[in-house]
Design a binder for this molecule. Structure first.
Ligand SMILES: [Zn+2]
Length: 324
């Protein structure tokens, strides 16, 4: 894949793309004010995080449009700002996977209503980050049942800014299923990956998998080491999905365009190769500065134009590998 021109980047990684990882990092802690001094590891990153927090606080969502993309059968994907939303519509009502940012809840609701007038019965959260759970309070207050892995509830409940209605009311440790609109929708937790509370969500009848942030289509991933994430676990989870997923399944990534199994395979190959290179260099005694100077092979360059640039990906692998 060649380096895309700038315009391509901005459509490929819409809206908050460039500051998203920092927003996710912020969203992963106990609120902006307390988090800035607590989690920043250096004065430089402290300054950066707080600047980004300000940008986030001032963000105007009024121009964000929710785009509806048919995926397969009764399953759709919604793009707006933040993580991609999966939607199941049918005679039982509607179900969504993730709900982006709080100010977008009315637009998300309108998009779902357009597909299927009636009740939104379930919200499934792939993980706790604010660009995937921001609409929880609005939908929870309207009596949608929110379901997520246990650590999602723990992390949201630990955030003083979260309303009670935003918390998942049904939680599970390993797996659970929702039988809805004529199919079994499986939620499966594979252990630490992007965070410590990720679920892969499989619409078994429609043959669609929502990966949450266990898949950044076409980009290096954000792995939230401060929220129990692990690069090694992240790769294992992607491998576990690839082992079982039907070759013709449609894949909804947490970020990026609707994908195929081939796209996910390419992402997995990138993860294996880039982490292999960084780990070898660490074993050879190279410092983080050395690793950043050396960079990664040219063929992965376009992956560094989205949420996570090449330096930050190298740093994430380095920190995840050396913190044991
Ligand atoms: Zn995330």
């Amino acid at each position: 894949m060649n380096t895309p021109p700038l315009g391509y980047v901005s459509t490929f990684w819409p809206d908050l793309a460039l500051i998203q990882p920092r927003i996710e990092w912020l969203a992963s802690g106990a609120g902006l004010n307390s988090l800035c001094p607590m989690k920043a590891r250096s004065l430089l990153s402290l300054a950066f995080v707080c600047v980004v927090a300000t940008v986030f606080a001032q963000r105007d969502f009024s121009n964000v449009e929710i785009k509806t993309i048919p995926v397969a059968k009764n399953i759709y994907m919604l793009e707006g700002a933040g993580g991609n939303i999966g939607v199941s519509v049918g005679s039982d009502g509607s179900l969504i996977v993730d709900d982006q940012f709080a100010p977008l809840a009315p637009k998300i609701e309108a998009a779902v209503q357009k597909l299927n007038p009636g009740k939104l019965k379930f919200v499934l959260n792939t993980h706790h980050h604010g660009d995937h759970t921001g609409g929880n309070a609005a939908f929870g207050a309207k009596e949608a049942t929110i379901i997520a892995q246990s650590n999602v509830r723990k992390r949201l409940a630990g955030d003083a800014n979260q309303k009670k209605e935003a918390l998942p009311v049904i939680t599970f440790d390993q797996s659970t299923s929702v039988h809805f609109n004529g199919e079994e929708i499986k939620l499966l937790h594979h252990g630490p990956g992007h965070t410590d509370g990720d679920s892969i969500i499989h619409f078994t009848g429609a043959n669609v998998v929502h990966m949450g942030d266990q898949f950044f289509n076409g980009g290096f991933p954000f792995v939230d080491l401060n929220s129990g994430g692990s690069v090694e676990g992240y790769i294992k989870t992607v491998a576990a999905v690839l082992e079982k997923v039907p070759a013709d399944a449609k894949i909804i990534p947490g970020h990026g365009k609707l994908a195929t199994v081939e796209d996910l395979k390419g992402f997995h190959a990138m993860l294996l190769e880039t982490t292999g290179l960084v780990k070898k260099s660490i074993a050879d005694g190279k410092s983080l500065a050395d690793l950043k100077t050396a960079g990664l092979p040219e063929k992965w360059k376009s992956f560094g134009t989205g949420f996570i640039n090449t330096d930050r990906w190298i740093e994430t692998i380095y920190n995840s590998t050396t913190k044991k």
